[in-house]
Design a protein around this ligand. Sequence first.
Ligand code: NAP
Length: 277
Amino acid sequence: MKWLITGAAGMVGTDLRNELASRGEDVVALAKSDLDIANRDEVLRFVTDARPDFIVNCAAYTKVDLAETEESLANAINGSAVEFLVEAADRVDAQLVQISTDFVFDGSSQRPYDVNDPTAPLSAYGRSKLIGEQAAARHTVVRTSWLFGIHGNNFVEAIRNQIRKGTNPLRVVNDQRGRPTYTPHLARAIIRIANLGARGVVHYADEPECTWFDFACAINEELGSPVQIEPVTSEQFVRPAKRPAYSVLSTERYERLTGVRPDSWRDGLREYLSLRT
Ligand SMILES: NC(=O)c1ccc[n+]([C@@H]2O[C@H](COP(=O)([O-])OP(=O)(O)OC[C@H]3O[C@@H](n4cnc5c(N)ncnc54)[C@H](OP(=O)(O)O)[C@@H]3O)[C@@H](O)[C@H]2O)c1
């Protein structure tokens, strides 16, 4: 099978490229400097030249807070560009795997979000990602959440930096629940889902669910740090983009399709801390 990855220098893109390369797969990995997915002609040219079996779109506008003031740019990259990728995929009969986010939900649910639950994004970023999901609906949409990986900025790094700076106590929100996900685990899940030819929405997230506070406590513990972690509410920590209070994704469909349980983020965290020092 031949794979084409867009946004291949990003956090997920790099891990996916490495995972596929380690399996000896045929991979065309395109960073933003190689291919701007918002350029329709270029998208069509690269895809029709490469003729891949799978296109995994790891390119995205991911600045959640800045998107509130740059919504049209976010929509162009997370929305319109996905239409170009679908058009290109259809031309060569490839399957597109579009990565999406728990931020398409409003967080009012009392139970884990199923793939068919109604979406209602609270932020410009969430709305832009929903446009991308709709464009890719005939292909495959892998929704995931709370990513951390060694090739990008993420929560684990932010907490570690605060600890290194000597911030004590460290205040972390305890009223948002989700499922942290280690990007190499996501990369393996994406490959499984694509190889099965699954269409429509599939959720992948590591286990178990927790709050950002719980996640920060685990990071602190793994680092053996003496810093105190103090729980706070989102109201004490206002940011430009509103986040869903509850964005736990149900991975039932993934488990049924693959017969595999999601990985543990705690295992991912240990690996992360051993690799990124
Ligand atoms: N991070 C999370 O917690 C999270 C959670 C759920 C879902 N997701 C989704 O997961 C996917 C991967 O995210 P990530 O965390 O790996 O993000 P990332 O590290 O920011 O990677 C995104 C990559 O896309 C590139 N890019 C931006 N605009 C582009 C364009 N027009 N054409 C081509 N490439 C472009 C970026 O390049 P520059 O950096 O040079 O702009 C970056 O290398 C995204 O779809 C994101 O929405 C992320």
